[in-house]
Design a protein around this ligand. Structure first.
Ligand code: GLY
Ligand code: MN
Ligand code: MN
Length: 424
């Protein structure tokens, strides 16, 4: 197990120790989810537990208590030979505990054990994820009357308010992991390009991309979005039911997750390798909005400024096409772009594709990885412009002086270069 996890635990202990009264943190593995009777959804380990420990197990719980004699405890179930016979044996907890300098408590009654460990603490940072031991502890404590709470935490805080502070800034090993995931996504989109032909179904392209990820040892970080023509006006389109038609634009929004780290790229592809001048005009607006937003990314900038740069370009473009009328600055001020660009400029990216982010007006800082993904959506035709959705998305690292785009190695965004590539 890498020392990086021990250093993250130390940072979490230091944050907990800052509170005036004794605090504890409880983070558990995710429960498995049933798909139907005896079949399960693919298992996804808990992001916070992984971040702090490297543990991907279902039934392990980490408890941090900076004030205690044994500040790092792992709760784990006893061996279950029958479960192991069906599902395989879980990774042993002892080597993990050694590397984390943690005590292990093996117990069939984890709730009881956890409550005992929480005696003497006033604040408990716990998860809200249904089915976790951490959430069960929260429910147990919340249900107690005042006299039953004596000596136990009376203040319950969502664990993300603490872990998001740590996870927001990526260390070099995380940046490397995101780059590796992004490289797989980039390759998948390049290989899928030949499929973008009239008559091909959206689901065939999504299936190919997800096959490619799995063949590389990765997983889709989220359901692959392959949306042609008007389908792309649905932001998180999942139906995958349309058949591609010449003359339409295809939106592909996808991301491989490798070794627990996600990537997230959106590219637009003209079906059949040709594009009308009207769709080209809309596309160019989104591309210049993305360039303007990426240019803003540097330490100290608030994300609202990055959004505003994109919104201004989209407004300017819509005005030039006669879709919006008035002065650009007035239109931006009253958010006239909102019906066409209704979402944020992007999100933090890491172990979760929409990664943990502290609340409030966060300023960009070195080591943050964010997506920059402006879009322009016409759910219905507007004049000569057909119903469509256009989004362009890259993953961007904030560096000490500016930024680095981590996702350049895929389909070109410049339309002429893309059309040349399609023409072979
Ligand atoms: N793929 C979902 C998103 O871009 O946020
Ligand atoms: Mn995204
Ligand atoms: Mn995306």
């Amino acid at each position: 197990m890498k020392p990086i996890f021990r250093s993250r635990i130390k940072k979490a202990l230091a944050l907990l120790a800052q509170t005036e009264t004794p605090s504890a943190l409880v983070v558990s593995g995710n429960p498995g989810a049933i798909r139907s009777r005896d079949t399960h959804y693919p298992y996804r380990p808990n992001s916070d537990l992984y971040y702090l420990t490297g543990c991907t197990a279902e039934e392990v719980t980490l408890i941090l208590r900076p004030h205690a004699k044994d500040p790092v405890v792992l709760l784990a179930p006893p061996k279950d030979p029958v479960k192991s016979m069906w599902d395989g044996a879980p990774a042993p907890v002892k080597p993990l505990a050694k590397s984390l300098q943690a005590e292990v408590i093996t117990t069939n009654e984890p709730l009881k054990a956890a409550i005992n460990l929480l005696r003497g603490t006033s604040v408990c940072y716990a998860q809200s994820i249904a089915g976790t031991l951490s959430a069960a502890i929260k429910a147990d404590l919340s249900a107690r009357g005042a006299h039953e709470l004596r000596g136990l935490p009376q203040s319950l805080v969502d664990v993300e308010s603490l872990t998001a502070q740590l996870r927001m800034i990526k260390d070099p090993s995380e940046i490397k992991a995101i780059k590796e995931a992004a490289a797989i996504t980039g390759d998948a989109l390049l290989y899928a390009l030949g499929m973008v032909q009239s008559g091909v179904r959206e689901r065939e392209i999504a299936a190919f991309i997800e096959y490619f990820y799995r063949a590389q040892g990765a997983e889709p970080a989220f359901g692959t979005i392959v949306a042609s023509g008007p389908s792309a006006a649905t932001l998180h389109y999942r139906a995958l039911t349309r058949t591609l038609k010449n003359g339409e634009l295809l939106l592909i929004d996808s991301g491989a997750e490798l070794n627990m780290y996600a990537s997230d790229i959106t590219r637009m592809v003209p079906v059949g390798g040709a594009i009308s001048s009207d769709l080209r005009a809309l596309y160019e607006i989104v591309l210049s909005a993305q360039h303007a937003a990426i240019k803003k990314v540097k330490p100290g900038v608030v994300i609202a400024e990055v959004h505003k740069a994109a919104a201004t370009e989209i407004t300017r473009g819509l005005k030039e096409l006669g879709i919006l009328k008035g002065s650009v600055s007035e239109l931006v001020k009253k958010s006239a772009f909102k019906p066409f660009f209704p979402h944020g400029i992007g999100h933090s990216l890491g172990i979760d594709v929409h990664d943990a982010t502290p609340t409030g007006a966060i300023k960009l800082a070195k080591g943050m990885v964010i997506t920059i993904e402006p879009g322009l959506y016409l759910p219905k035709a507007v004049g000569r412009f057909p119903a469509c959705g256009i989004r362009i998305e890259d993953d961007v690292l904030v560096t000490s002086r500016g930024h680095e785009v981590l996702t350049d190695e895929t389909l070109p965004k410049d339309l002429n270069s893309l059309l040349e590539l399609m023409a072979g």
